[in-house]
Design a binder for this molecule. Structure first.
Ligand code: ATP
Length: 347
């Protein structure tokens, strides 16, 4: 039986993850085993580390991780996030960040003249390289002549595996068009590699219409008319920016889901939003981003029928006005999740 590690983490993670677990359990029945971990800010403050020394070893025994958020006003050092979420992303080599963008309801799309159901694309973001690899340094810190460097790391292995996965996913999911975004015009060395690899892979997938964009042009096109996209693959940094823009197209951060994958090995699924300390602990957080992340996880585990039922029930909630304040309703986190769970059980 597939085993899921549940790490609610901090802030609203502690509200939206229990909500997502109850909905996913209602859809998957007893086909999954759930194990909770208390790795959060309290744990860090008690132990001086975000997880035990053998934390990654413990997680490797699971098929998937359902994660909430990391962040606490009491902790200002980068150590904590680096020791939890980033440690899992890098340590488990979760190289592909998957972000589906499909507004659940027309009302949620902010663009004039474009219906929500006309937007349906997936962004695949490289998740372990780029300027987020942590290679860099400061020299003459704090002085007028200070030098600050953050290296943009792009390896052939890293670039090729994310782009190949994008082509393969496009093929599997019958997504005909694949867009790749880089800045090879301004960064010819690092991003020239992205473009060369894209051109090399293209002939192996003749049924896919592969199109290259500069990342700034892609951002422009995403707002001008997102209906033209099926699947997008891009670098870690540009993926970070473009997927926040994409979250706005689907109703905001509370609605957006993500998966961090090493296909065939492990997946970590998390809502796109953070710990949201401004609303935490008040039953105000939108649980749908977390619920849709759990649906992505069900898909990853091969329970696709259960995943579709979760998505349909979440869409029904939004359609019928069962909504938290961020999307214009007045329902609480727990009540919204309970409504979705009840609909699932009775459908
Ligand atoms: P982080 O650095 O962890 O991403 P952040 O504060 O920059 O933290 P979020 O925690 O995602 O980012 O919050 C950004 C804004 O979105 C906040 O105003 C927050 O209240 C709102 N928000 C985030 N998640 C939700 C949610 N699930 N429901 C409603 N509002 C949310």
């Amino acid at each position: 039986m597939p085993r899921i590690a549940v790490i609610a983490g901090d802030g609203v993670g502690r509200e939206v993850i229990p909500a997502a677990v109850r909905v996913a359990r209602a859809a998957a029945g007893d086909r999954l085993e759930w194990v909770e971990f208390d790795w959060n800010a309290d744990y860090y403050l008690r132990h001086g580390a975000a997880m035990p020394p053998d934390g990654l070893e413990q997680l490797r025994r699971f098929e998937a991780i359902l994660f909430g958020a990391v962040g606490d006003p009491r902790i200002t050092t980068h150590d904590y996030a680096a020791g939890l979420l980033l440690k899992m992303r890098f340590g488990l080599d979760l190289y592909a960040n998957l972000r589906p963008v499909r507004p659940l309801d027309d009302r949620l799309c902010p663009l004039r003249g474009i219906r929500g159901d006309e937007i349906d694309f997936v962004v695949l973001r490289e998740n372990t390289e780029g300027p987020y690899a942590g290679m860099g340094g400061n020299f003459k810190t704090g002085r007028g002549e200070e030098v600050a460097v953050e290296l943009d790391i792009n390896t052939r292995l890293g670039v090729e595996r994310i782009q190949r996965l994008a082509f393969e996913m496009a093929r599997q999911r019958s997504r005909r068009r694949l867009a790749m975004a880089d800045k090879s015009n301004a960064m010819p060395h690092a991003h020239g590699l992205w473009l060369r690899v894209f051109r090399e892979l293209q002939p192996q997938f003749p049924e896919i219409e592969a199109r290259h964009y500069y990342a700034d042009a892609l951002a422009y096109q995403l707002v001008r008319d997102p209906r033209q996209f099926d699947m997008i693959v891009t670098t870690n940094l540009f993926g970070d920016l473009l997927t926040d823009l994409a979250a706005a197209l689907q109703g905001g951060l509370g609605m957006a889901a993500s998966g961090n994958l090493h296909p065939g090995r492990m997946g970590l699924f998390e809502p796109v939003h953070g710990s949201a300390p401004d609303i935490a602990g008040r039953n105000l957080a939108n649980p749908i981003g977390a619920i849709l992340s759990a649906a992505l996880m069900l898909d990853f585990l091969g329970l696709d029928a259960a995943a579709r039922r979760v998505e349909a029930s979440a869409a029904a909630a939004v359609r019928e006005g069962v909504a938290t304040p961020d999307i214009g309703g007045n329902w609480g986190t727990a009540e919204c999740a309970a409504w979705i769970e009840k609909r699932l059980r009775s459908a």
